[in-house]
Write a protein that binds this ligand. Structure first.
Ligand code: FES
Length: 338
């Protein structure tokens, strides 16, 4: 263990040498700022004032040349080699409600959702504690580093963590999951992480917007609203933006929820130009952010927005909600992945 003291805050925490500073701080229940946990967003920057760290990814895009010149580092990409003194601003909003835990998980089942999205169900020996909308990181055999995937199920005493993963062409992690991992195999699972979890205290209706493998956290939010009685007072508009007709998914996972069709409405749209010429597709064609704008139309401020999916989709929705409709950012929840 290394002792990490945080300049100016009076805080310090013990960090395992095998943990990143970010994971160590969050395990200690501290409000370490972060988004991606993967070196890309730059949110977890800190200054190393004393001590030595192992940098896991030298060229991580979360740091600019200026950052590097100022000896700034990324807490999600540094492991302590010695005790350290660091400078970092804590963010109370990032204080974990459930401290992340690193544990062994066994693959217990798989289930195909579309031609390229598959659900992987893992079980650990302890209660699965997380909030709907959060994610965990998986360490997969033969894959360098970890990958973040969101849970699609609800917290449970059985210790089950379900992930819906899209196969990425040439992606080592998704290929390891799809092609190598067999039921009974074990991996390392760390979590929960993420700030885009369902806020149950709000009275506003909810809009969930998913694209690609962003389906899972939105399904978890829908399941939570249905199981906790939230749908009695709040409606849910669930959007799925797909590239082509065969990529459309989500509706079958929601149909069994009480209130589907009345309190839960499902909307999908395909964006591919080719699909516009496909006579089999009778649904909507166009970008999902345009569909969202149309549905929330007269009352964009009366909703909370949760989204997960490809960065261009996230940006287009943000532009629509914030620039066009002036929706306050406190009503929009997403974790930024790159
Ligand atoms: Fe560390 Fe995103 S770069 S959390």
């Amino acid at each position: 263990m290394a002792e990490i003291s945080v300049e100016g805050s009076g805080q310090f925490f013990a960090c395992a040498r095998s943990d990143t500073l970010l994971a160590g701080g969050l395990r200690a229940g501290l409000g370490m700022p972060y988004e991606c946990t993967a070196g890309a967003c730059g949110t977890c920057k800190f200054e190393l004032l004393e001590g030595d760290v192992e940098v896991l990814w030298d060229d991580a895009p979360g740091l600019s040349t200026r950052d590097r010149a100022k000896n700034r580092k990324l807490a999600c990409q540094c492991r302590p080699l010695t005790d350290c003194r660091i400078k970092m601003r804590f963010d109370e909003a990032c204080r974990p409600l459930a401290n992340p835990c690193n544990q062994t998980a066994m693959l217990i089942a798989t289930n195909d959702i579309t031609h390229d999205i598959r659900e992987f169900r893992f079980a650990t020996g302890t209660t699965a504690t997380f909030l709907p909308g959060q994610f965990a990181t998986l360490q997969l055999p033969g894959v360098r580093g970890t990958r973040a995937y969101s849970m699609s199920n609800l917290p449970n005493d059985e210790g089950e963590w379900h992930f819906q993963v899209r196969r990425v062409h040439g992606g080592s992690a998704s290929n390891a999951l799809f092609d190598q991992l067999r039921v009974g195999d074990q991996i390392t699972l760390d979590g929960p992480f993420g700030m885009a979890f369902l806020r149950e205290g709000s009275a506003r209706d909810v809009v969930c917007i998913a694209g690609g493998s962003g389906l899972a956290p939105m399904v978890s939010i829908a399941r939570s609203m249905a199981s906790t009685g939230q749908l009695a007072s709040r409606r849910l508009h669930f959007f799925y933006g797909a590239r082509t007709q065969r990529d459309v998914c989500g509706e079958a996972l929601l149909e069994s929820l009480p209130g589907f069709g009345e309190r839960i409405r499902f909307y999908s749209s395909v964006s591919s130009t080719k699909e516009q010429e496909d006579p089999c597709w009778s649904g909507r064609v166009g970008f999902i952010h345009e569909y969202v704008a149309e549905v929330v139309g007269a009352n964009p401020h009366g909703h909370d927005y949760y989204m997960a999916g490809p960065p261009p989709m996230i940006q287009a929705v943000l532009d629509t909600l914030q620039k066009l409709h002036k929706v306050d950012k406190s009503q929009i929840y997403f974790d930024r992945f790159f």
